[in-house]
Ligand binder design. Structure first.
Ligand code: SAH
Ligand code: SF4
Ligand code: F3S
Length: 473
């Protein structure tokens, strides 16, 4: 009998990917994903620990779910404590909060049945069996010796036109603000052969765009069939050879791991999209050193120059932290200067959030909240203006768009540009999953509107261009 599985996901793309993998592991046990937690047989909260209040959000969500769990048990005529039967809602916390605060979750929320970290997802069937047999919570926050990737089932065949593929996980960089090295563990690269095989399966299932994922994706390395060591640049070249793989991206990169081969791939591999998420965090050398980033602001500027020299179309996105302990007005001004020099298509800005167990949290020169707020607003304003200018630069130009979703309006498809912009256009559903030339007619801060211009256009788009403009407004 089919059982209902509800997964709620917070955090990065790796967590989104992990949620899909958990659903794949649970499918043979009869679990099918549903969109609502009400009445579900299993609810998994896949949590993120990167910034403040993460744990609190989880506890308040658990409070709501406990009610649903009790209701389900009552409806089946039992109590939530019954360990088996139709009335049971198995409640689970996974992800980075589970890894960091597993014991606290078990202590504070004993009605939770399973608490497990990111490296244990392949053992879900055993954990479920254990949780079903016994009362009390199953806690699993080990870093097992084996790699989960050797045990996880193959991805469900069709992942859609644009799919994620995890190639690397974990981090050895230990930036002084960050919990990821603790929650995800040491850097690990999946074997090249395994990645290539998975990419072939994705392409055969209709995927046209593959985003390679890793906490430090460009630290990926592996053995090629000839015994030589490959870096990410070489892996990308090999992936580009696979029939049907028309677009490749990778995220998230660390500036220190951008080697020459990877940089050259941006010039030489047409499938590699001209858009790179390359976080720098700060423009001040003093702060970069305190963050343990191990490069200067000028190192980053030179790297960006080199990338834009090999590929003038390349656009950048980034991550910034304002209000890191000890950040002065001058340090912050250096960040604004770096942003002005580099010019971003998009960027994420965060207020520094002290994380338990990280060195920077122990610093006594914490920046007051109002100062953080002010700096955040100033940085967002600058980056917002750059984003608007970037998007406006495309009006009147044509670009290749991969249509990967239907739009909210009838006859409208949504796609993504080479630069990760969302593009709306009136287009026939036949174009779903295909890459099509689109002329951009309007730009908004975070999306573009266009008209299909190549052979396979829909009649609507052609006969009513004015309508398409208006309808997408
Ligand atoms: N591995 C990636 C990013 C990981 S976390 C990298 O090295 O860039 C994503 C982003 O969250 C980081 O780039 C950083 O900008 C932000 N971040 C991480 N820890 C933070 C903290 N304690 N406070 C505020 N922002 C943080
Ligand atoms: Fe965190 Fe730094 Fe590792 Fe990125 S490189 S995951 S910011 S420790
Ligand atoms: Fe969050 Fe863990 Fe990703 S802390 S950002 S879910 S690696």
């Amino acid at each position: 009998m089919s059982k209902k599985l509800f997964i709620k996901t917070w955090g990065c793309q790796m967590n989104v990917y992990d949620s899909a993998r958990m659903a794949d592991v649970l499918a043979p046990l009869g679990y099918r994903p549903v969109d609502e937690p009400d009445g579900a047989d299993m609810v998994i909260l896949n949590t993120c620990h990167i910034r403040e209040k993460a744990a609190e959000k989880v506890f308040s969500e658990l409070g709501r779910l406990r009610i649903l769990k009790d209701e389900k048990a009552a409806a089946a005529g039992g109590t939530a404590a019954d360990s088996s039967g139709d009335g049971r809602m198995i409640l689970a916390v996974a992800g980075c909060v589970a890894q960091a605060e597993g014991e606290e979750i078990v202590a504070r929320a004993p009605f939770v049945d399973m608490v497990f970290g990111p490296q244990t997802y392949h053992t879900l069937p055993e954990m479920v069996a254990k949780a079903t047999r016994a009362a009390g919570s199953v806690l699993n926050t080990d870093f097992p010796a084996e790699s989960k990737f050797d045990f996880l089932p193959e991805e469900a065949v069709s992942q859609g036109a644009a799919a994620f593929l995890a190639v690397q996980e974990g981090c050895d960089k230990f930036c002084t603000f960050c919990v990821v090295p603790y929650t995800r563990g040491a850097e690990f690269s999946r074997p090249a052969a395994q990645i290539l095989l998975e990419a072939k399966r994705l392409a055969a299932g209709g995927t046209r765009e593959i985003s390679l994922l890793g906490q430090n994706v460009n630290a990926w390395h592996g053995d090629g069939p000839d015994g030589s060591t490959w870096g990410l640049g070489r892996l990308i070249r090999e992936l580009a050879e696979i029939d049907g793989v028309e677009r490749i991206r990778y995220t998230t990169s660390h500036p220190r791991d951008m080697d020459e081969e990877l940089i050259r791939a941006h010039a030489e591999v047409p499938q590699l999209m001209p858009y790179l998420h390359l976080p720098v965090q700060s423009g001040s050398d003093r702060i970069l050193a305190a963050m343990n980033r191990k490069h200067s602001a000028d190192d980053y500027r030179r790297l960006v120059d080199r990338l834009k020299t090999v590929n003038p179309d390349l656009a950048l996105s980034g991550d910034f932290i304002v209000g890191f302990p000890g950040e002065s007005d001058a340090d912050f001004a250096a960040t604004l200067k770096l942003v002005s020099d580099v010019g971003y298509a998009q960027a994420y800005c965060f207020k520094y959030s002290p994380r338990p167990g990280t060195p920077a949290a122990l610093e006594d020169r914490q920046v007051p909240e109002p100062v953080k707020e002010e700096r955040l607003a100033a940085l967002q304003q600058l980056i917002g203006a750059q984003q608007v200018a970037f998007n406006h630069g495309f009006v009147g130009r044509t670009m290749k768009v991969l249509f990967d979703r239907v739009g909210r309006r009838d006859g409208q498809l949504l796609g993504r540009s080479p630069w990760m912009q969302s593009v709306h256009a009136e287009a026939n559903e036949r174009l779903l999953g295909r890459i099509v030339e689109v002329r951009i007619v309007e730009a908004r801060p975070s999306s573009l509107t266009g008209v299909v211009v190549t052979g396979e256009h829909s009649t609507t788009a052609h006969s009513q261009p004015a309508h398409s403009l208006e309808a997408s407004a």
